[in-house]
Design a protein around this ligand. Sequence first.
Ligand code: 8DG
Ligand code: MG
Length: 494
Amino acid sequence: MFNGYHFYFYPSTDVSRINQIRSRIVAKQGATITSEINAQTSHILVRPQSVNQKFYDNVLNPALKINKNITVLDSDWVSESVAGRKIMNTDGYVVTANQHVQDEIAHPVEKSGCNDNDLETVKKRRSTSYIDECNKKSKQLSEDIEFKYREASEYDDDVDRKNSQFHQTDETSEQGDLYETLSIPTSELNSVVNALEQSIADKSRNGHSNYSKTLNGLYDIVVKAKHEALRERRRSVDLKLSPENARNISYLTRASQTKWLQAVKERSDTIKLFMSVYGIGEYTANKFFSKGYRSLQDIFPFVDDNGRVSITHHSDFVERISREEVEEHFTQVKSAAAELDKDIQLYCMGSYRRGCRDCGDIDIIFTMNQGTIMKIKSKFEILLEKMFKEKLAVYTFTKGSGKWLGATQVNSKWRRMDILLVPWQELGAATLYYTGSGEFNRMMRSRAIKMNMKLNQTGLFTATKGEEPHLLESFNESKIFTILGLPWIEPSKR
Ligand code: 8DG
Ligand code: MG
C-alpha cells in the first residue's frame, strides 16, 4: 500500500511506543521508515500533541532545508489508511501548513499573549485535526478492526504510563497545596485540551519554560480525564487541582467561549447531530456540513427511509431511556414471547446489564433452550410479526441474518431496540460481547490476542499460527474469564 513512501515518525520510534507500532505496520505495507530525515523523506508523521517549538526547531526547520516539499501529517492518517485498506486523502490530516511554518521561522515574532489573530492562525492549523480528534474516540469505540483494537490498547498503555509519570512529579511539586475539585462537563474537555495546546505552543515560543511545564502538567491531567470520561461515558469529570491550576483551567474554560472555539464547536456539534441519524457516517456528515446544511430539516430531503424515520422520531431516539422504561419494553417483548414458546429465553444486555441509570437503546439477546440458529431464526420471525401486530414493534431499520435493529413503542415514545439472535451454545460469548462496554470488549480481545487466542461474540478460540483454530469456550461466560486468567468481573465494573 505504501510502496515508494518514505516516512519519518515524530516523536521518533525510539521513544514513542505507538509510533513504533505504527511504523512496524506501515513497513509491512511497503513504506520505508527512517530514523533520521533525509532527502528521500516524503512525509513526517506526527502525533499532533507533540507539535511544539522543539519540533519546529529540531525537526521541521532542518527537514525543510533538505526537502522543501516534505508533508507533515497527523499519524492517524496511516492508521486510518491501513484500517480502511486504502490510502486516505490527506485533507484533514495536514498538521502544519509548510508555508506558515517557513514564514514563522523566517520572521519570528515576539508575542506576549494570545489575540484573535493567533486564534485564527491556530484555527487554520488545527481545526481539522481537532474535529478528527473529537470524532476519533467515538469512532474507535465502534470499529471492529483488529488492528484498531491492538493499537487502541497500546495507546491506553502509552497514556497511562505518561500520566503516572506526571502524577509523580505533580505530587512532589504540589506538596502542601490544598486541592480543589473543579467539575467540567465532558463536552467541554476538548475545548480545554485545545486551549491548553494553544497556550503551550504560545508559551514555549516565548520561552516561558516554567509556565510551559505547568501547562504541560495540566494538559496531562485534562487528557487523562478526557480519556477516562470517554471510556466510562461520563457526562462530567471532577479534576482535583491546586488552586493555581484550578484558576488556569477556569480561565481556559472561559477562553473556550471565544469565536474560534464556538465555530469549531458548531462544526463538531452539527457533525455529531448528523451522525445521530441512522445510516449517516462521518463522511456523509462532513459532506452535508460542507454543503452548508446545519439542521436535520436541511438534510431531510437527502436521506433514505431509515434516515427519515430517524429524523422524524429524533428526539425520542436520542433521549436517554430510564431503566424502568427499558424494563417496560423488555417485559412486553418477554410476554409476547412467552405466549409463543416456553423455550424462548430473552436477556436484556448492553448498558442495562452494566447497571447504568439510563440507556441509549434496548439491547436484547434472543435464544432458545438447546436451540439451533435455524430454529431460533424461524421462531423469531413469528415473534416479530406478533410484535408488529401488537404495535409494540413499529419500524425495522435492518434485519440481518442474526439480528433485528428496529424501533419499539411504549407510551407513545419510539425507542431503538436491537435484538441479537444467539444459538444456545454461544450464549456465554454473546452475553460477554453484548454486555460491553465497547472499551471493555476491546480490552478482553486484546488480552486474548496476547495469549494466542481469539475472542469474538461466538466464542473463545485457540489462535496458534499454522494450526486450525479450535473452540475453547462459548457457552459459559465466566469460564471465558477463567481461561483468560481473569477473575469474574461484575457487569457493573465493565
Ligand atoms: P448505550 O446503548 O447505553 O449507549 O450503551 P451500550 O448499550 O453499551 O452500547 P450499544 O451501542 O447499545 O452496544 C451494546 C454492546 O455491544 C456494547 O456495550 C458493546 C457491544 N459492541 C462492541 N462493538 C460494537 C459495535 O461496533 N457496535 C455496537 N452497536 N455494539 C458493539 O463491542
Ligand atoms: Mg445499548
